[in-house]
Design a protein around this ligand. Structure first.
Ligand SMILES: [Zn+2]
Length: 168
């Protein structure tokens, strides 16, 4: 049986019918759709590496960071989980260069049906990846905003009427 070893990363997806999934492990890419119905074995080597800096960490924070990166990296800033807290438009960010690309860029507020009707926020370039990741069967763009914070404020308001959570 073929064995692949390495750092496991988030699966890549391609919009198709059905959606194509690719598992990224070390230098290898594995087409997961070809494995549907087949026997596979996954073994964790017991080691966690930080997604940002690659250092070994005993514990993973906020979906894959070591503690220093969780504390300092722009990818782990509070506004990633709560866009309404983003202050990049005021010139406040952990890394302004990163935020120019990632926060001060067009964002969409979307409505999607996954486990239930939900509202969410995503950067324009993450459509439809974000929806696929959440297993949405349908989604619409509800509003387009020039930055992350404004999309977050609209989402906060819509949360009165619908969930912002996906039941994984
Ligand atoms: Zn790190």
């Amino acid at each position: 049986m073929e064995t692949k070893k390495g750092l496991l990363r988030k699966m890549s997806t391609k919009l198709d019918t059905p959606v194509e999934y690719q598992l990224n492990i070390g230098e290898s890419q594995i087409a997961m759709n070809e494995l549907i119905g087949k026997f596979i074995r996954i073994e964790w080597a017991g080691v966690i590496h930080c997604l940002k800096c690659g250092t070994k960490t005993v514990k993973s924070f906020s979906q894959g960071f070591c503690y220093p990166c969780f504390r300092d990296a722009p990818e782990a800033a509070p506004c990633i989980m709560r866009p309404e807290l983003c202050e990049a438009h005021l010139g406040n960010a952990r890394d302004m260069e990163w935020s120019k690309e990632n926060c001060l860029a067009p964002h969409y507020v979307y409505l999607a049906i996954s486990s239930n009707l939900k509202v969410g926020v995503t950067r324009h370039s993450q459509v439809p990846t974000r929806w696929i990741d959440q297993g949405a069967s349908r989604a619409i763009k509800f509003a387009r905003t020039p930055n992350r914070q404004l999309a977050g404020l609209i989402e906060v308001d819509l949360k009165q009427y619908m969930s912002d959570k996906t039941s994984w």
